[in-house]
Ligand binder design. Structure first.
Ligand SMILES: [Zn+2]
Length: 216
């Protein structure tokens, strides 16, 4: 493997090569693909920034991601029509939606019935499947601490979300935090995470709703 690079900052080059080496050492197919993308950045005839490599490594989207996220966002709008908060979630296996759910905290009188936690509880109960390492969960917004914790307990394979918790909390006038990362970084199980899919559409639904409502 030969890496040609043209970045002038030696320290940055060291960093990039370390990132690629780490990615190549990863066992998964995703890690290999991320390494290839990072190498393409390294070979580009331009000054390479840390952000370039990080974005190459983070670019782990699949062609179906937008399709499934669109459904999660559609459900987030339906949740509002049904009298709940604007959050939707979709569970996918082998390129097919196997389960979906919307926030139901008000109609069920259950403040924990978020899009994601509710989906996981109902799916596991109805199917008796409790290990989701082969599944991808799409959520219109980054899962909260509780829902992220639920994803650890079912060993979710991959999480894809639209707007981030920080963006949601900013709409509400709060600081927010990268709550899903905090949970996963401190847990025994870490789903692969892709963020920011259809972020603008997701934010638009959140803005419209929380412009007129307080969060439950
Ligand atoms: Zn939640």
């Amino acid at each position: 493997m030969c890496i040609h690079y043209t970045a002038v900052d030696a320290h940055q080059n060291d960093y990039h090569i370390r990132v690629v080496t780490d990615a190549v050492a990863g066992s998964g197919k995703e890690a290999q693909e991320a390494a290839l993308r990072a190498m393409q950045y390294l070979q580009r005839d331009a000054l390479i920034t840390t952000a370039d490599v990080e974005s190459a490594l983070a670019d782990d989207t699949t062609p179906e991601d937008e399709t499934f996220m669109r459904e999660a966002i559609r459900l987030s709008k339906l949740a509002v029509e049904h009298g709940n908060e604007p959050f939707g979630a979709v569970l996918v296996k082998d390129g097919k939606i196997v389960f979906s759910n919307e926030n139901q905290i008000y109609t069920r009188h259950d403040p924990t019935f978020h899009g994601e936690a509710g989906l996981i509880r109902e799916f596991c109960e109805q199917t008796a499947i409790t290990d989701l390492h082969e599944y991808t969960l799409y959520s219109s917004c980054e899962p909260c601490f509780m829902c992220s914790g639920a994803m650890v307990w079912v060993k979710l394979g991959r999480l894809v979300y639209g707007a981030s918790n920080i963006e949601l909390e900013n709409i509400l006038g709060n600081k927010g935090c990268n709550c899903s990362k905090m949970v996963f970084d401190n847990s025994f199980w870490k789903p692969q995470v892709t963020e920011g899919i259809l972020r603008d559409e997701s934010l638009s639904v959140l803005n419209t709703y929380f412009d007129k409502h307080a969060k439950g």
